[in-house]
Design a protein around this ligand. Sequence first.
Ligand SMILES: [Zn+2]
Ligand SMILES: [Zn+2]
Length: 146
Amino acid sequence: MPARKTVPSDYEETISHNGHRLTPQRREVYNVLLDERDHPTATEVFIRAKQRIPGISLATVYNCLETLVDCGLAKQVNVEREATRYCPNVSDHGHFICQSCGAVTDIPIAKEGKITQFLKVPARFSVNNSEITLRGTCPNCKKSNN
Ligand SMILES: [Zn+2]
Ligand SMILES: [Zn+2]
């Protein structure tokens, strides 16, 4: 985890967590996620956002991503031992992680419903968050192996 820099207080005001307003910077960060759905890390989002807003800082990108997650516009994807990645697909879905190239791909649920409907969750356990992660070889890596 890179060290988090302090964010100027005027910016803190603009992003007021309850208002959920999309400030121009937040909108651009969100557009970065929507434009290329490859589950970028915060640093990758920063590099892409910089091409649209040259003055944007990594701290701001972290802040925007955090707010988008808070607002329910994006999800965090945690791949162990790696930086958190971000996904703008907020419907229930699984992730396929390629063990050769590290690409993360969305896998839709075959039937309508929630991931938890396909598991026998014992009574009195309440689920707040569910993740399905599949690992293997993506089509690109499969091709180059043959
Ligand atoms: Zn691959
Ligand atoms: Zn995803």
